[in-house]
Design a binder for this molecule. Sequence first.
Ligand code: NAI
Length: 335
Amino acid sequence: MSRTITLLPGDGIGPEVTAATVRVLEAVGTDFEWESHIVGAEAVQQGEAPLPTAVTDSIRRNKICLKGPVTTPVGKGFRSINVQLRQALELYANLRPTKSIPGLDARFKGVDLVVVRENTEGLYSGIEHQVVPGVVESLKIITEKASTRVAEFAFEYARANGRKRITAVHKANIMKLSDGLFLDCFRRVAERYSDIEADDRIIDAMCMNLVIRPEAYDMLLLENLYGDIVSDLCSGLVGGLGVSPGANIGEREAVFEAVHGSAPDIAGLGVANPMALMRSAVLMLHHLGLSDEGERLSTALKQVVVIDKVRTRDLGGTVGTHEFTEAVVRAIDTP
Ligand code: NAI
């Protein structure tokens, strides 16, 4: 049965990696109708809002969105489309599985981490103002409601996916009220899940531990800013941004996107690695209950990257986005 999915190609390398991902989703036998929309600077150029209402309406209708990266102007201009979208749709949990790919040169082997990031508040609430010239204030909002629901998401995910332990990461020794509340909510939720081990670490020590012994951790739960930074760090442990998938999940809708940004330094050159978005599409297929298709795509990616050693530049290879994508299509067709 055909299903309609909202597609946001984004900008920078976004259109290249989304086209590649749509191509392999077709090859794997899905029958999706794509409702494509522009957002960000391109929408503004066409006289629209950076995040047009038609986009959020489309996602609300279709429930599922596949999204390329969108550039956010630095220091001025419109607010991040990503942050706006996550807040508008209450996509409260950002899920970023980080797993070593056997055979791929990376800093570490045997890493198998799942990062869960609170996605709607914290320092990304976007509440900033100038107190007097030369002094600005940025508010970090932490609520019991958002901290509890993201902790519940993490424990439910752990149960459903055979995970054994969740480590909450915080700075509650300094930010006693805000990070203290996040940690309290985590601990209260943990009491209801006696089958899952729960502990916590201070964010700075955690960063050091992650670059020394990442295999010691199973799942991490972090508030928004820490989760943003630490999930990029985790990508670096297993091969970089070109391979790291992600999903933004709410009660009703889910938006699937890679961890990486719009990579303006390589946009339009045809060298971007589409694997991170393809792996996000694998998460999307599982979310939709299309597990066979998800497994086929996942197996084809492993075949191409690990066995055939067809790799883009960021992974030490020589092929471009198109050649890589066609290799994945061939691997799907001839398992
Ligand atoms: P970035 O992730 O775009 O790039 C960092 C480095 O990784 C660059 O050297 C880039 O070439 C490389 N890289 C990233 N993805 C790659 C891929 N698929 N294949 C090969 N190499 C890849 O981070 P940066 O430069 O800090 O951000 C650029 C823009 O993207 C900013 O405007 C930022 O706000 C936005 N951004 C958007 C996100 C989203 O839409 N979800 C997430 C992160 C950043």
